[in-house]
Design a protein around this ligand. Sequence first.
Ligand SMILES: [Zn+2]
Length: 123
Amino acid sequence: MSLWDDALDTVKKTARQVGNAAGDVFESSKKHLKAADIRSDIKDRYLTIGKLCYDEILNGVSHSTEINAVAEEITALNEKLAAVNEEIRNAKNIVLCPACGAQVAKGSSFCPSCGQRFADSAE
Ligand SMILES: [Zn+2]
């Protein structure tokens, strides 16, 4: 391989690595946007429940069926949000401390927040 080929090869490798890093950043941004969207949807539903409760108090009309339906939607959205947050943590090699819920680097032997020791390593 000539010196020129060597240099070209290095440039190609670097471009690929930069491309992969940019792809990772893009994927990470997409996940964070998805999480923000879900949080916004949850907030909207809390607002809806608030308005329904206010109407109940103000006008004495029962909205319990609607409130229950919206509450179920919030529960489903919370599960979806938890799944997206787990994807984000997995991509960053982070796990949650089972004792206090702090974010801990995968493979840690103890939680830096509460001191909880992990049996083998935080997987
Ligand atoms: Zn902890």
